[in-house]
Structure formats: C-alpha cells, structure tokens
Ligand binder design. Structure first.
Ligand code: G3P
Ligand code: MG
Length: 253
C-alpha cells in the first residue's frame, strides 16, 4: 500500500457486485460472493445486521422471512440459532443449505478471492450505533492485510457517526435514495468520501455538482449496461449491480 513515502488509497473499481452477485445467487451469501468473483467483479457490496447477541452477519431485511428459513426479526435470534438456517432455498433448490454468513467468514472468503468490499451497515431499529461499532471492530481485528481498504456505507447517519468515532481510518459513504437538501453538510459532518445514491434521480448536472464539492458518487442498483455507461461517462465512480457479468465490456482492460 505504500511506496516512496507516498501512501495510495486504493479506491473502489467501476463495477461492484450488489449483495455479491444477487442476480445469479442468493443475496448476501458466500455463494453470491463467489459468483461475483467468478463473473469478474473485483469488489462486492453486502449488508450487515447484528444478531441478538451482537454477531455481525450478512442480511438485507430486518426480518428473516424473505431470504431464510427463519421467521421474525433477526435481532431476536442468537448467532448459534441463525447458523442453522437455510439462506439459499428461497432462491433456488440448487442453493439449498447455503448458510447465513457471519462477517468473519466473509472476510476470510474475500481474502481467499482477493475481493474488495463496500460494507453496508444495515442496522435493525435501535441498534444503529452498536452495529456501526461492531463492524469497525471486526474490520480492525480481521480485515485481510493484503486487500484494499474497505469502504463503509449506510443509510443511517448514526451508524456512520459511530463508525467515524470508533475508527475514523475507514472510508465512509452516506447512502441516500433521493439526494437530500442537506447532503453536503451530512457528508462534511461524517467526513465521508462519497455519496451513494439510487441512480434514477441522477443527472449529469447533479453528479457534477457533487464531484466538484470533492466527493465521489456511486450509485445503485444499475442492471442496464447502457445506463451504466452513461453514468460512468458522467463521472460516477462506481455502479453497484446485481449482474456484474453484464458490465464487463464497460471496463475491458
Ligand atoms: O449499497 C447500495 C444498496 O445496497 C443500497 O440499498 O437496499 O440494496 O441495501 P439496498
Ligand atoms: Mg445494500
């Protein structure tokens, strides 16, 4: 990471797999992360919740219902019970038996595959700060040394604030759906490096305004290669996609 006394921060590439490669495999599982790598992605995005007993795990919803064999809020389940759930059958029988991964096992797989990560802090209600702290504690303890530094993001200001206070060294991005009036003051307060937003409201002028204020723009969830090409042409640093394979021609070496 360092040469000739100059330190380089390796930034996220143009294409990031969404929840792994969730167009091809059950989201937020080890299978989905492996699939993203097979399809040519160099980074993946995934969502982190906490179990009842504070173990960071990959899950999008506050509830287990949609994507696992469990029922109810994830933060009413201890990790020892979550480990037994099936997180693949809902997607396809070929993925039956896929487990909910804990963040430690995800870091190990990223290290094995050489994948970078945009880690979305996705707290259950009332656990915003705790989840932010738990993620950065795990990063400090277990992030593989030979991977590029991770990028944290969250829709929750309080999660990013907790991460900022506990471990300011990790890059942060504020996630938004529409771009709020006070986007710049929020980014400034959180010392963010980027704004991550839904791609639909983005225009070249809006992107230019954010970039000229000194922040990168990344957007989700872009599955149409023509739209992705436009966004990258307008200055978007990365697009987050369910189908990284569709985007390979945009970044051919
Ligand atoms: O981080 C980008 C994107 O994942 C944010 O939305 O709901 O898919 O987690 P969501
Ligand atoms: Mg996400």
């Amino acid at each position: 990471m360092s040469t000739d006394n100059k330190t380089f921060r390796l930034t996220a590439p143009a294409i990031i797999g969404h929840r792994g490669a969730c167009g091809h495999a059950p989201e937020n599982t080890l299978a989905s992360i492996r699939k993203a790598s097979e399809l040519g992605a160099r980074w993946v995005e995934f969502d982190v919740h906490l179990s009842k007993d504070g173990v960071p795990i990959l899950l999008h919803d506050d509830s287990l219902d949609r994507t696992t064999s469990g029922r109810g809020p994830v933060d009413e389940w201890a990790w020892k019970d979550l480990q037994r759930l099936d997180a693949g059958s809902w997607y396809a029988t070929a993925f039956a038996g896929e487990r909910l991964p804990d963040l430690g096992s995800v870091f190990a797989l990223l290290g094995e595959l050489g994948l970078g990560a945009n880690i979305e802090i996705k707290p259950s209600p009332m656990r915003e700060e705790e989840t932010g702290r738990a993620v950065v504690e795990m990063l400090r303890a277990e992030w593989p040394d030979d991977l590029p530094p991770p990028l944290l993001s969250s829709f929750q200001f309080d999660s990013l604030r907790a991460a900022q206070l506990a471990a300011p060294e990790f890059d942060r991005a504020l996630l938004v759906t529409g771009i709020p009036e006070d986007w710049e003051s929020q980014l400034w307060a959180l010392e963010c490096v980027a704004l991550h937003c839904a791609h639909t409201p983005l225009t070249p002028a809006r992107i230019g305004e954010i970039i000229s204020s000194g922040y990168a723009v990344r957007c989700y969830t872009v599955n149409d290669p023509e739209r992705a090409a436009d966004l990258l042409h307008w200055g978007v640093a990365s697009i987050i996609t369910d189908f990284p394979d569709r985007m390979n021609s945009l970044v051919a070496a």
